[in-house]
Design a protein around this ligand. Structure first.
Ligand SMILES: [Zn+2]
Length: 143
């Protein structure tokens, strides 16, 4: 059954989400992984030329040694892009969240932006609710 979370839990979760949206940690990880992937691709001979066209050159690390900025550029671009996306969409790349709504009367799920449920209820963010297994609940109550 659906159970509304307490106001305290909702506000703690909102604060945690706000913090994760401002955190540099995920964008830094993604940028680091992308830079490592770029280093591997560059050493395999992959180059990006004019107009975003990929070229294949003989493999080797010479290009990276001669153009160390190329990896720095990959890091900066991926970091800035990932961080801005995280701030504007309000969700972290590694922790996607749902914007779905739940009707508190009939417990039907609704897409974001639904103002009124056909039953007359006013849908609320699904994140304010949690699903509890009734059998589990009964077992816990028996303890
Ligand atoms: Zn409803």
């Amino acid at each position: 059954m659906w159970v509304r979370k307490s106001a305290e839990i909702i506000s703690v979760e909102a604060a945690e989400k706000e913090q994760s949206v401002r955190s540099f940690s995920t964008p830094l990880k993604i940028a680091a992984v992308s830079t490592a992937a770029a280093a591997i691709l560059f050493s395999l001979g992959v180059r990006v030329g004019g107009g975003g066209i990929f070229h294949l050159k003989p493999p080797g690390t010479e290009y990276i040694r001669q153009n160390p900025w190329s990896l720095g550029l990959v890091f900066v671009i991926v970091f800035v892009w990932t961080y801005l996306k995280q701030r504007t969409t309000g969700e972290s790349e590694l922790m996607p969240s749902t914007n779905a709504l739940l009707c508190p009367r009939c417990f039907e799920a609704h897409p974001p932006g639904t103002d009124l449920c056909p039953c007359g209820g006013q849908p609320e963010p699904l994140s304010h609710w949690e699903w509890r297994d009734e059998e589990e609940e009964a077992r816990e109550a028996a303890r």
